[in-house]
Design a protein around this ligand. Structure first.
Ligand SMILES: [Zn+2]
Ligand SMILES: [Zn+2]
Length: 485
């Protein structure tokens, strides 16, 4: 568009705007404009603004400079044409960046609608290149316009407009900001009551995930004190290393997305991490360890260390978008001595940390989780058929071919299976199942769900052949007996 613009007429025949600072001699009609007269006018505008042009006579403005160089005349007429308004806005950097405190030339970002390619972006570029040889901005971001849910332009007559104030009243400013972050803004962006309702559900999911993490940490006084109880990352349980490694990758992607103004990637990524990695997998699987191990047990502290790192990092990553929520969570979470506890906004975002990379552990768990849905589906059917109630009431037998990769993976990680599937017992079998079992699996295995063997431990709800009654006649498993003791 710059290339195709052959010229720019910077005067306009209008009655309002910034005047062109030229006087004309009433006698010989020649123009009077030079460095001295321009300085005089600039001084006047400094004090009175550009309105001074219209409230004073040329002789008042010029004073002793009101002498025609051509004919010696003393009577002048002020130019009534104005500058093209694009010249005004296009030179705003000269005031904003040069004069205002804490600003510097060039600007980091110019942000404007995609109807401005011929407007502000361009006139800023032209005037700055002409006077300084460089663009006045390092980056230009353009955005589309807000349209309704069907892609129609918003208008008063259609009544399809949405007032940001109404959204804030109904859902809060965080949900509005979350919507802004969720849209691919380089083209037109849609908003409607339905879209906002969906967004508010996603907001609730993220908020709830943070709430569960906080609940599992408790306060520094009565449970987890990050300054005393944190384990070294290298000493964490594998499952916790997995969650931290996944967070670490998330941190890297989110920071990149912020740097590149791709906010919708942040929204998707954080939502996925919260709903799948955390809610569906990590939080569910670690429940037993957190609820049933002794309070200061190393395995429990390991999960809490991971959860603390995750919560603390998520708040910081989310702060620019869910600002109120992040600040609210920041008030509740216990703080490290090295942090500024006063506000999340006084702290840096987390950075990618090579100490939090555990590629092998990550791969192992990713592979196991790939097959988890198959088992979960079998449990769901068994629950619907009233074979079991809670999943801990189940024993599952997994049938498969000895040579299959899935069975090899299960065999290698035999000791993790009960925990990952949240059942009391798991058996692997290479025989052909002799009766009807669930076999509509992705990985070619068959899953049988039966009642778990042994008796239910009243504390952790796991079934175990070795539960024994304690003095009060309650069935407790070995692990729980120790924890209670
Ligand atoms: Zn003259
Ligand atoms: Zn137990």
């Amino acid at each position: 568009m710059v290339k195709d613009r052959s010229d720019w007429c910077i005067s306009r025949q209008r009655k309002w705007g910034v005047p062109i600072p030229i006087f004309y001699c009433e006698d010989c009609k020649k123009p009077l404009i030079n460095e001295e007269t321009i300085k005089r006018i600039a001084k006047l505008f400094d004090i009175e603004g550009s309105a001074g042009w219209y409230t004073h006579t040329p002789e008042e403005i010029l004073g002793e400079l009101a002498v025609c160089k051509e004919c010696g005349g003393h009577h002048f007429r002020a130019e009534q044409d104005i500058m093209d308004v694009w010249f005004d806005s296009g030179s705003s950097y000269a005031y904003v960046l040069d004069e205002m405190p804490d600003h510097r030339f060039p600007a980091d970002v110019y942000l404007e609608g995609n109807d401005q390619y011929r407007g502000w972006f361009q006139s800023s570029l032209l005037t700055s290149v002409a006077t300084r040889g460089v663009a006045p901005y390092k980056t230009v971001i353009t955005h589309g316009m807000v349209v309704d849910g069907e892609g129609k332009k918003m208008s008063k007559s259609l009544g399809n407009g949405i007032d940001p104030q109404d959204v804030i009243k109904t859902y809060g400013a965080d949900v509005l900001r979350l919507w802004v972050s969720s849209v691919e803004y380089t083209s037109d962006v849609r908003i409607s009551p339905d879209i906002l309702k969906q967004l508010s559900e996603i907001y609730r999911k993220i908020r709830n995930t943070l709430r569960i993490l906080l609940a599992n940490l408790g306060s520094a006084e009565n449970d987890f004190d990050p300054n005393k109880d944190m384990l070294k990352i290298i000493d964490l349980e594998d499952m916790d290393k997995w969650a931290v490694a996944r967070l670490n990758r998330l941190v890297e992607r989110v920071r990149n997305a912020y740097e590149n103004f791709q906010f919708h990637l942040i929204y998707h990524d954080i939502h996925n991490y919260c709903s799948i990695d955390l809610s569906k997998l990590y939080i569910d699987i670690t429940k037993d360890r957190l609820y049933c191990e002794r309070k200061d047990d190393k395995a429990r502290r390991s999960a809490q260390t991971a959860m603390y790192i995750i919560a603390n990092s998520l708040i910081r990553l989310l702060a620019p978008i869910l600002s109120f929520t992040s600040e609210e969570v920041w008030d509740f979470i216990s703080h490290l001595d090295s942090e500024n506890a006063e506000s999340v906004f006084y702290n840096d975002m987390p950075t990618f940390d090579s100490k939090q990379c555990f590629d092998e552990v990550e791969e192992k768990y990713n592979a196991l989780f790939e097959h988890r849905d198959d088992v979960m589906k079998a449990l769901e059917i068994a629950r619907a058929n009233k074979v079991i109630g809670k999943s801990l009431e189940a024993k599952i037998t997994i049938y498969g071919d000895k040579k299959s990769e899935t069975m090899k993976l299960f065999e290698q990680n035999r000791s993790l299976l009960e925990t990952i599937f949240i059942v009391s017992q798991v058996a692997l079998s290479y025989d052909k199942p002799t009766h009807d079992v669930f076999n509509e699996t992705e990985s070619g295995i068959s899953v049988e769900v039966t009642q778990a063997n042994g008796e239910k431990c009243v504390r952790c709800w796991m079934y175990d052949q070795n539960t024994a009654s304690d003095e009060q006649g309650q069935h407790l498993c070995e692990r729980c007996k120790n924890a209670v003791r």
